[in-house]
Design a protein around this ligand. Sequence first.
Ligand code: ZN
Length: 350
Amino acid sequence: MSDHQRDSLADELDSRYSRQILFRPIGAAGQERLQRSRVAVVGMGALGTASASQLARAGVKYLRLIDRDIVEQSNLQRQSLYDESDASGSVPKALAAAEKLRRANSDVDIDPVIADVTAKNAERLLADVDVIVDGTDNFQIRYLINDVSVKHGIPWAYGGAVSSYGTMGLLRPGRTPCLVCLFGAQQGGGHDTCDTVGVIAPIVSMIASLQVAEVIKLLTGQEDALNPGLTYIDVWTNEVRKIRFQEPDRQCACCGQRTFAALSARSDALTVSLCGRRTVQVKPESPPAWSLETVAQRLRAVGAVRHNANLLRCDLGRIQISLFADGRALIHGTDDDAEARALYARYVGM
Ligand SMILES: [Zn+2]
């Protein structure tokens, strides 16, 4: 080996993506494809920060980071891109994440967006990328992502984690079932959320890693290696389940008949209105799938709860929630619509 050959081999091994290129299924050709790819990550919580970090380091061309929240102390246990100064400075998550990732890889065009994804902006935010990564914590936004995915033919990596368990799957329009094929048109809400049953970091890293693995296979053209179903994992009970995808449902309202209920909703599934000083009313469009009793049981873990057949009151410190049996809630302690909607999603669930 000449000196020149030795130098160029050393350069190659030192280069940023050398270990990824050495991995045969990716190779130099796959790396080039990755470096031409555009990805949007929706939600920069625990799943989103873990996914975005891996994708930025892997060297995608463009990464859009979308989140409506600010960094809080209680995020630091699992949201791996944030630190104490982000929490004490109440920095928006999208901006804090973008700053960290630019330091990790300045080659990537990182585009932070501070926004709530709604029927009005979903297509503008999500229809111009190669793949969408789900880092959200609620089905309202997942149905919007699914509508954009099917309407514009963009695959998306579904992922969710609470407590010690989580589920993920890569949904590809026309090739796999869509979210509506899998779960029906409505998820009634009232299920466990990270704010009611907690969540531990290992399951979040696990689910995000599985999402990114599928995204990298897809973007590098390794479709034969894709996971052909949903994967469910519980890191506490050690249970792993794989649910193989069926064919897409021809009768599916979304991918079969191409009606996009979430995108065409005239209002968001949760309408909000200011009602009095530092109180916002949040009202779901459809009747709730839960009872006050089941919500009360979950909220007892996080705050003082009183309830009867018609009304539940929960005191969370700065915020108090009055929840009615018809699903309507008064969020006391804020006059910010987006915060009220987020609190409803977190504590009541949707
Ligand atoms: Zn479908």
